[in-house]
Design a protein around this ligand. Structure first.
Ligand code: SF4
Ligand code: FES
Length: 250
């Protein structure tokens, strides 16, 4: 068995592991937003940035090797992550008290874990129309953090290619692949893996609001760093069934 060092602890890894997959298998928390054990690598959010032998690298896309000394939860790296989160929060409309995903939101939970206590930059207040066309699921594009989890889930697991990322720069946005651009006219189904994979409140089921009360949700029960929510679940769908997505959405 090979090992690398994560914050001074030996972490075993197998051939083909990334730093993230090996660390998570051993129960170590590496902050992340766009990583999922069932989906391919993306490197979209950079919240998983660690230092490998002194150089910055994304833990979810960096192959593990035996000579690596990895720094993860340092004051410096958490400050960089906090900065990324502060930018994400003002880019979208993330009004936690009014969001059904509150308490089950990876963005919110990670911000708490990184010590973010409030906004740092001026809010953008985007105004992208909701898509409530589908009978079972709605999309609030203003909450999308462009993590591409739904894109990859729809492609890699559902084999439907319902979602894509379009535009450039500040106009980058989630796109629904259908003749009208509406979810109802796409091949999307509420049973799709992509329906339950959104880490924030951008893709939510209808008619499920507050099935799990505030203060009893996933990250109300345990901070994200102490939770093995992905490893313990066969899929994120099961995790959202338990806490928020499918059983208590909008
Ligand atoms: Fe990620 Fe959700 Fe946006 Fe899809 S809708 S890219 S899962 S934040
Ligand atoms: Fe690694 Fe998003 S979790 S870049």
């Amino acid at each position: 068995m090979n090992y690398f060092t994560l914050d001074g602890l030996e972490v075993p890894f197998e051939e083909g592991d990334t730093l993230m997959s090996a660390a998570r298998r051993e129960g170590h928390y590496v902050p992340h937003l766009c990583w999922h054990p069932r989906l391919g690598q993306s490197g979209a959010c950079r919240v998983c940035t660690v230092k490998v032998n002194g150089r910055l690298a994304a833990a979810c896309t960096t192959r593990a090797s035996a000579d690596q000394m990895v720094e993860n939860r340092t004051t410096e790296l958490d400050a960089k992550r906090r900065l990324l989160l502060q930018m994400l929060f003002v880019e979208g409309n993330h009004f936690c008290p009014g969001c059904e995903k509150s308490g089950d939101c990876l963005l919110q939970a990670t911000a708490y874990e990184m010590g973010m206590t409030g906004p740092r930059f001026e809010e953008f207040y985007p105004d992208r129309p909701l898509d409530a066309s589908h009978p079972d699921t709605w999309i609030d594009f203003d909450r999308c953090i462009l993590c591409k989890l739904c894109v990859r889930a729809s492609t890699e697991i559902d084999h439907k290619n319902v979602f894509a990322i379009g535009g450039h720069g500040i106009d980058t946005h989630l796109v629904v692949d259908s003749p009208s651009g509406k979810l109802v006219d796409s091949r999307f189904s509420a049973d799709d893996f992509a329906a339950g994979v959104c880490p924030v409140g951008a893709i939510l089921p209808k008619r499920r609001g507050f099935v799990i009360p505030i203060h009893e949700r996933r990250f109300d029960r345990a901070p994200v760093a102490e939770e093995s929510w992905l490893e313990n679940d066969a899929s994120t769908r099961e995790s959202t069934d338990d806490t928020g997505g499918h059983d208590e959405g909008a």
